[in-house]
Design a protein around this ligand. Structure first.
Ligand code: LLP
Length: 411
């Protein structure tokens, strides 16, 4: 994050908080989240989109970092919220978010979830398929605002697990089915607002977003057009995503060409709102030299599945500057029992030693949310930092938490 700084004593701080102090207080592994970075990015997106297309809304794709605190922060920053699943709705409501601001996504929403959403006053349900529409009609849901998710033909260059465009996608319906569904909705008591699509994630070019708008426009006469999320972030020095301005320009230029002037334009960034604001702190447990050098830390794929899931490359540094230490070529590995539990391969660290604090930046998105209890790992805490102060917003799980769902077995 922009607030990351080295002190005169060579110690790394974020949001004005010394990371060694933070690690002493909250332990490691820990997710650190720079609130000011989030506020800045939210403001750039909201102000930038509103300036270009006044009838618009930015939704936080909350799957990227679903904590009660981030729901509250997002709403505080003027964002609506994309929720997928009753669990995310429950957390948003616990955060005090107005349910009208929620957009309910998902390709396999159960009847129970749909009923819960309708009764909770969730503003918009994004219908993924014809079965879902039939179940909504049976609830019933008079006055419920809905969008239909369509399958775009846009397949941007990204990892296969992050691409949701293309005709073999499990998300959404082809345009002909969407048209048939629209007729059904229009003859019901529900309110058809428009169409949604999402072309994929970690997209490093602006052009596919303009293309996505053009695809939406093939569905004429809607009140709402939702372009989804997907703007990429720089995990490494080599990755250069478009700026927020270039991204918004691509979207709004296409919108001016193709969408009705009075339509509402929605975007749903997740990663680009939270990734850079977050970093993960680890403590080095072992430095092993075989043919290679393995720097093993006290976390791993239990707190960040992304390197194993999408082969995303990250950077990391030791939070203590050692200008004179020789750089060591090593693999930064986790503690879970999988060879694939490698956080970063072929990394250079300055004289890594047992007990060192390691900071892995750009882990604010899809790390906490994919955390798991592999090998009995307790999920790590989330600590907000801002203006030199800390706020623990998710505590570390305890071993009692792990046992709390376990009912045991009696022979
Ligand atoms: N809207 C919808 C309907 C989505 O499915 C997603 C992300 C977003 C918005 C937000 O996309 P973003 O701006 O964050 O790219 N597991 C992968 C990422 C999966 C993204 C899922 N959908 C990963 O760890 O990289």
């Amino acid at each position: 994050p922009a607030s990351a700084a080295w002190s005169d004593a060579g110690r790394l701080s974020v949001g004005g908080v010394d990371l060694h102090d933070l690690a002493s207080e909250f332990g490691t592994p820990a997710y650190v989240f720079d609130v000011a970075e989030f506020r800045n990015r939210a403001a750039q997106l909201v102000d930038g989109l509103t300036a270009r297309w006044p009838n618009s809304q930015v939704l936080f794709a909350s799957k990227a970092l679903p904590t009660v605190a981030t729901y509250a922060l997002a709403a505080h920053c003027g964002l609506g919220i994309d929720v997928s699943g009753q669990g995310e709705i429950v957390m948003a409501l616990a955060a005090g978010v107005d349910p009208k601001l929620l957009y309910f996504h998902g390709n396999a929403k159960t009847t129970e979830e749909l009923t819960f959403a309708v009764r909770s006053g969730v503003g918009t349900i994004v219908i993924d398929n014809a079965d879902e529409l039939d179940r909504l009609l049976a609830i019933p849901a008079p006055g419920q605002h809905v969008l239909i998710r369509v399958i775009p033909g846009v397949a941007p260059e990204t990892h296969p697990s992050q691409s949701t465009g293309g005709s073999d996608s499990k998300f959404g319906v082809p345009y002909d089915q969407a048209h048939a569904m629209t007729e059904k909705i229009r003859s019901s008591e529900m309110v058809f607002d428009g169409v949604h699509l999402h072309i994929g994630s970690q997209i490093l070019h602006a052009a596919p977003f303009g293309e996505a708008v053009r695809q939406l426009a093939e569905f004429p006469g809607c009140a709402v057009y939702d372009v989804g999320g997907g703007l990429g972030v720089p995990y490494t020095y080599a990755e250069q995503p478009p700026s927020i301005d270039a991204y918004l320009d691509a979207i709004v230029t296409a919108a001016r060409d193709t969408l009705p002037a009075d339509a509402k334009l929605i975007i749903e960034p997740g990663r680009s709102l939270v990734a850079i604001a977050g970093l993960t702190l680890y403590t080095v447990v072992s430095v092993k030299r075989t043919g290679r050098t393995f720097v093993a830390v006290d976390g791993g794929m239990a707190d960040n599945l992304d390197p194993a899931l999408t082969q995303q490359r990250y950077e990391a540094v030791i939070a203590q500057d050692r200008p004179d230490a020789p750089l060591v070529q090593c693999d930064l590995v986790g503690r879970q029992c999988e060879s694939g539990d490698k956080l970063i391969g072929d990394l250079e660290l300055a004289g890594p030693q047992i007990g060192d604090l390691v900071a892995m930046p750009v882990t604010g998105a899809y790390a906490y949310t994919l955390a798991n209890n592999y090998n009995g790992a307790r999920k790590a805490p989330v600590v907000f930092v801002e203006d030199g102060t800390t706020q623990l917003v998710v505590r570390r799980e305890t071993y009692d938490d792990l046992l709390s769902t376990q009912l045991g077995w009696r022979p």
